[in-house]
Design a protein around this ligand. Structure first.
Ligand SMILES: *Cc1c(COP(=O)(O)O)cnc(C)c1O
Length: 366
């Protein structure tokens, strides 16, 4: 059986180190916002070539805290509109709503699954104040184009990097005075995952970083002095300890994913299957390898019979979810087509060459 994502195998090599880390944290006797979190925040900021990293309880909160931070700074106001891809994981949209902002959905490009920058301008109104760019499946969206639109319209740029850890970031574009921040998730299945929930905000904006340090901890920097109505969303010490052990291998892990993607792209030869677009740059970290096919349930069933596990990311688009009844009548044909046809093949740093070969052979026989 080839499992879609063997988390146990991914974490196995760290077992001894994890146990030693648990012992260290236990002996330190300091379990919230301690040395491990501080070390990780410093290391991850550096890894992202950014100035500040603020650990959070999860990726959704990282996004929410960015928006709330900008609201506290007076740079966003409740009711402002935020451009967001229609084709995304629901968390991107929920984050906007949780900060009392208004999501405005934009269709993707069928080839990249990411938002189509050409369609953004037409959705901008006098109420639009930010763009939430999402790098879906690990592929960076065209940030130069998005930053340009943001610059021309005086918009804040927030990036949902929950699936794109380590993708070559072009956030630091030629436009230096752009307001921007990025959000990460360390949910176990992400390219950098801990053994529970975790997340982070990464930014070069000192003012914003200070507000978020405070907001994540009840709105308090100094104990029992609350400057904001904050939340409790801190990266915990033990998870930060585990992440400190895994971060040094992130680039190697991403390279392994790209090696598998290269083989899939070169060797899967089946006219029924549409393979994902990739320009072979390090702008893609293949969090997921997503193909398209009509009647995907039939292929999924066939693969399952051949002991190959696949997953659908995602079966129902956000605007068709029961949670968003008001939007159910909206039409986003490209988003809907993607949601009807996608299937994610196994890809991970621990998938063996033999397993990759078997997936390819099996697909070519279909
Ligand atoms: C996983 C994910 C999130 C949320 O991260 P959590 O840590 O699960 O809260 C947000 N956006 C995208 C695109 C994701 O894949």
């Amino acid at each position: 059986m080839i499992s879609f994502l063997d988390l146990k195998k991914i974490n196995q090599p760290y077992e001894t180190a994890f146990q030693a880390k648990l012992k260290t944290v236990l002996e330190n006797g300091w379990y919230i916002l301690g040395k491990e979190v501080e070390t990780f925040e410093k290391a991850f900021a550096e890894y992202c070539q950014s100035k500040y990293c603020i650990g959070t309880g999860n990726g959704l909160d990282a996004l929410v805290l960015i928006f709330k931070g900008y609201i506290e700074l007076g740079k966003l106001q409740k009711g402002d509109e935020v451009i967001v891809p229609a084709n995304t994981y629901i968390a991107s949209i929920l984050a906007i709503l949780q900060a009392d902002l208004v999501p405005v959905l934009v269709e993707p490009k069928l080839e990249t699954y990411n938002v189509n920058p050409e369609l953004i301008q037409a959705k901008i109104t006098s109420k639009t104040k930010a763009i939430l760019a999402v790098h879906l499946y690990g592929q960076l969206v065209e940030m130069d184009q998005i930053n340009q639109i943001a610059f021309q319209n005086n918009l804040i740029v927030v990036e949902d990097c929950a699936q794109s850890h380590g993708a070559k970031n072009n956030l630091k574009s030629t436009i230096s005075n752009l307001q921007s921040a990025t959000a990460y998730s360390f949910y176990p299945g992400k390219n950098l995952g801990c053994l529970g929930d975790g997340g982070a905000v990464v930014t070069n904006d000192e003012e914003l970083s200070k507000v978020i340090y405070s907001l994540r901890n009840y709105g308090s920097q100094k104990k029992y002095h609350n400057e904001f109505q904050g939340v409790n969303s801190r990266l915990d010490e033990l998870q930060a300890g585990f992440l400190n052990l895994k971060l040094p291998n992130l680039n190697t892990d991403n390279e392994k994913r790209r090696t598998i993607a290269k083989r899939y792209l070169a060797e899967i030869k089946n006219e029924k299957i549409v393979l994902p677009f990739w320009d072979f740059s390090d702008n893609h970290v293949f969090h997921l390898f997503v193909i398209r096919i009509e009647n995907r349930e039939k292929l999924q069933e066939y693969l399952a019979q051949n002991e190959i596990q696949t997953v659908i990311h995602y079966p129902i688009p956000p605007h068709k979810q029961k949670a968003f009844l008001d939007w159910n009548n909206l039409s986003f044909p490209i988003t809907e087509k993607i949601h009807n046809e996608v299937l994610s093949l196994p890809i991970s740093p621990v998938l063996t060459d033999e397993e990759v070969s078997f997936v390819i052979e099996t697909l070519n026989k279909y």
